[in-house]
Write a protein that binds this ligand. Structure first.
Ligand SMILES: *[C@@H]1O[C@H](CO)[C@@H](O)[C@H](O)[C@H]1NC(C)=O
Length: 420
């Protein structure tokens, strides 16, 4: 190579040259290398940005005189980094493509320190030995230590049966992208659709099991990084509700009572409690009360509403205070057992009807205090014609304008005397 640097002269070089010529005569050339002559070994094979790398010919010719490294696929002077003389290792000839980070070494190796992404490219090495010129080339790829990727969800609250997608934002030098949910790699599924580069994950026909923390993991030859978990919530329900304890509940006056409404939904439902169709103003999942009056008996209903799905479920339970008197004419007591199981529009209608009925009856019976009915002893009473003793007062009875003849009351001597 005519443009190369001057070869060192001197007696030692001549001796070496003579010896190498002799050696090459003794050794048959084909046996010298069973591999392609231009094999260059990178060490480490995948250098990372900021690190160092060595490029060395695997089977250099014997008795090398010069090794010239080029930052290109061809051995042209503008791309020459340095020329190394094995006989004079401390005095390499620096070329125009030298950056200050390259040094030559034994075995014709080239060391590059502090590699950058721009060091990626073709490198070639021209080795000269007496009667032998070998050109070797290699592609050096410098790898970036990947930054941590991020996941961007297109939505985080996803209703059942809908679709959502996640995008993995990562360095373009990531070679692989994988998706994980709750730390586990996502298995193949027909509902999971990946873009060709795995950058976007789309989940179709979302089920409750699709909820979880999604991560993407990017990798290349030198690094592997996982994103922070990106939570996805699947909203659903409530499909049904129930009240604990189930009814009918029979409790003496003075007893505390806690009713708990149980409804499965995401996000958690809000609750309303009604007694006999009238909103109680209670909004917790539990409703605690103390039964102090028999007016507190009836049908307790909870309404569980999910503002995310706009679905509502109902449950009801019958609560009664035991006593010798017949239960208040509350048609719901029979119905509510069924209502607990079913939850339903039907029960709603029942509650509404019962409310109307209860209102009607109570308004008619207001003059009769409940204590009168609760008296344990048989009592003979003066009964005005409009009294609703049987719960079926004839509404047609006109008010009696004349003086009323009342029957004698054994326990009211005063009345008896007056009549006399
Ligand atoms: C894309 O993801 C699939 C499934 O996880 C995986 O088998 C494949 O290697 C990934 N491809 C790339 C380029 O990361």
């Amino acid at each position: 190579m005519g443009r190369g640097p001057p070869r060192p002269g001197g007696p030692w070089a001549r001796v070496l040259l003579a010896a190498s010529v002799l050696g090459s005569c003794l050794q048959p050339a084909p046996a010298q290398s069973t591999r392609p002559p231009g094999t260059i070994v990178l060490s480490p094979p995948s250098p990372a940005v900021g690190g160092g790398v060595s490029l060395a010919p695997r089977d250099p010719p014997q008795n090398l005189l010069t090794c010239a490294w080029y930052r290109s696929a061809t051995a042209d002077e503008p791309g020459r980094i340095l020329t190394y003389y094995p006989s004079e290792p401390s005095a390499p000839n620096i070329g125009p493509a030298h950056t200050g980070r390259e040094t030559g070494g034994p075995g014709c190796a080239l060391h590059i320190a502090g590699v950058t992404l721009s060091d990626t490219g073709n490198y070639s090495l021209l080795m000269e030995a007496p009667g032998n010129r070998v050109l070797a080339a290699v592609l050096l790829r410098v790898w970036e230590m990947l930054p941590r990727p991020t996941v961007t969800p297109n939505q985080t609250l996803v209703p059942e049966n809908r679709t959502f997608s996640l995008t993995c934002n990562s360095s373009p030098s990531a070679d692989t992208r994988l998706w994980l949910r709750d730390g586990e790699p996502l298995g193949p599924s027909r509902r999971l659709v990946l873009s060709p580069d795995n950058r976007t994950l789309t989940v179709l026909n979302v089920t409750r099991g699709d909820a979880g923390a999604y991560q993407c993991e990017v990798g290349n030859a030198v690094s592997s990084k996982r994103s922070e978990p990106s939570p996805v919530t699947v909203t659903y329900g409530p499909d049904s509700a129930r009240i604990d304890p189930p009814g009918p509940i029979l409790l003496p006056l003075g007893s505390p009572l806690t009713l708990t409404c149980v409804a499965d939904s995401v996000p958690a439902p809000s609750y309303r409690w009604a007694l006999n169709g009238t909103d109680t103003g209670q909004t917790g999942s539990s409703f605690t009360l103390t039964l102090t009056t028999s007016a507190q008996q009836g049908t307790y209903e909870c309404q569980a509403h999910n503002s995310g799905t706009n679905l509502t479920a109902w449950a009801s339970v019958a609560v009664r205070v035991p006593g010798p008197d017949p239960p208040p004419p509350d048609a719901n007591l029979g119905l509510s057992a069924g209502a607990i199981v079913g939850i339903v529009i039907g029960s709603l209608a029942g509650v509404a009807l019962a409310g109307v009925a209860a209102y009607f009856l109570y308004s008619r019976c207001q003059i009769e205090p409940p204590q009168a009915k609760a008296a344990p002893v048989l009592v003979y009473e003066n009964l005005p014609p409009t009294a609703c003793a049987g719960g079926a007062a004839p509404p047609r009875s006109p008010p009696d304008p004349g003086p009323t003849y009342e029957t004698l009351q054994p326990r009211q001597p005063d009345v008896y005397e007056e009549l006399k």
